[in-house]
Ligand binder design. Structure first.
Ligand code: SAH
Length: 402
């Protein structure tokens, strides 16, 4: 017997429909009318509001806080479904980037594929199956990806993230189709080329969410001495060097990232103007201020300090410290580029931090540009959770006093 059984029907409790009817995709356990039948992780369910409105099908999880991830879909969840969604996701990237072949192809919820992330590095794909529903359908998804991009030569599942723990999924990395080279050398429209190493435990690809911001930031780098903090593989540093920075000093605590950043600088012919330092940025900035050092432009692109709502206060202290010290290193007309990739820290909060730290650092600031997550990480407005990256470019004002 090969008949697909109809998905189990779950009903929302009265009053729980509003967010979901607006297009949100997550249903928490306490929003569902009990009793909830016992179902396997990843099982397909159908959900109705208390008054019988059909919200379509979604993936169920018996333990995760998010009990159902909706798909905004009423049909079968088969390879054809994934093909359609992936083709739609590809359309947006092609509109945004033309012929470029380096971008996040699928950004989970924002592409209506909750728990699925796919990064494209030319003819190779790095996939993350972050929900049990997606994990159970990995083979179908691989098939759909190959169908959407027939030129793809290898797909690797980078299933080594903490998000999988919440869904009871093992962390593992595995080539799920074809083969993956040791190194992929990507090229951006800006002419910058960056290596990506997808194989191996701690290695990651690139931070594609900053893709559009590299050029925005680099515009300000001409003739400046630039300090790039949390450089990772040198994305901002190298774009700035190519845009005419006098010299670039770049700091990261990861030796693997620093080694790759150095290679990236050489690949782009700017190695002699770039210096890469393996250090903790908090220590580095403190010592630089104490030593009375100066830069014309400081870039801060730290990891997410506020991974959850409980960490907002300590995160704000972290942002305050690095922004204050960066401002202390800048003179009149200096440029501070300050990013945050914590969903819980809004652009307005970061701006407040900078404004008050400027006072402590004895200067004023002017906001001159703002960046956001690149369009291959679209913000799906019914789910504010999909917005997480903010980048502010401010100019330091230190009025001359007679
Ligand atoms: N600007 C980068 C992305 C930065 S991601 C780009 O555009 O590609 C954050 C980086 O911060 C990671 O490379 C991580 O190794 C580094 N990092 C995290 N904590 C750090 C610390 N305390 N000091 C220095 N680097 C740190």
């Amino acid at each position: 017997m090969n008949r697909v059984s109809a998905p189990v029907l779950l009903r929302l409790r009265p009053g729980e429909h509003r967010r979901l009817r607006d297009g949100h995709l997550w249903i928490y356990r306490d929003q569902i009318e009990p009793p909830i039948p016992s179902l396997a992780a990843g099982a397909l369910v159908r959900v109705e509001t208390d008054y019988g409105y059909d919200l379509g099908v979604g993936f169920y999880h018996p333990q995760s806080k998010i009990a159902v991830r909706l798909l905004l879909w009423h049909g079968e969840v088969d390879e054809h479904f994934f093909q359609q969604r992936i083709a739609r996701a590809l359309m947006l990237r092609q509109s945004a980037y033309g012929d470029s072949d380096v971008y996040r192809l699928v950004f989970g919820e924002a592409d209506l594929l909750p728990g699925l992330v796919v990064d494209r590095y030319q003819d190779w794909l790095a996939v993350q199956f972050l929900s049990a529903g997606m994990d159970a359908r990995a083979a179908m998804i691989v098939g759909a990806l190959r169908n959407a991009l027939p030129q793809v030569r290898g797909i690797i599942a980078k299933n080594d993230t903490v998000l999988r723990d919440k869904e009871g999924l093992p962390r593992q990395e595995e080539i799920v189709w074809g083969s993956i080279p040791e190194r992929i050398t990507t090229a951006f429209e800006s002419g910058v080329r960056l290596h990506a190493d997808l194989l191996g435990g701690q290695k990651t690809g690139l931070y594609l969410d900053q893709r559009m911001n590299y050029r925005l930031v680099a515009q300000w780098a001409r003739n400046r001495r630039v300090l790039d903090c949390f450089t990772h593989q040198g994305g901002f540093a190298i774009h700035c060097a190519l845009a005419g920075a006098q010299d670039v000093c770049a700091v990261d605590s990861s030796s693997a990232a620093i080694a790759l950043a150095q290679e990236n600088a050489a690949l782009n012919g700017v190695a002699e103007r770039c210096r890469f330092i393996e250090a903790d940025v908090f220590d580095f900035l403190k010592e630089a201020v104490n030593a009375g050092q100066h830069w014309d432009m400081v870039i801060l692109d730290p990891p997410a300090f506020a991974k959850s709502i409980h960490h907002i206060r300590s995160a704000l202290r972290g942002y305050a410290e690095i922004n204050r010290r960066a401002l202390q290193l800048l003179g009149d007309g200096g440029i501070l580029v300050s990013a945050s990739c914590s969903h819980h820290i809004s652009s307005a909060m970061l701006l407040d931090v900078i404004t008050s730290e400027a006072r402590r650092a004895g200067c004023r600031v002017r906001l001159v540009a703002r960046g956001m997550q690149s369009p291959c990480h679209p913000i799906y407005l019914p789910m504010p959770e999909t917005e997480y990256l903010t980048l502010l470019i401010v100019e330091v004002v230190r009025p001359q006093t007679p």
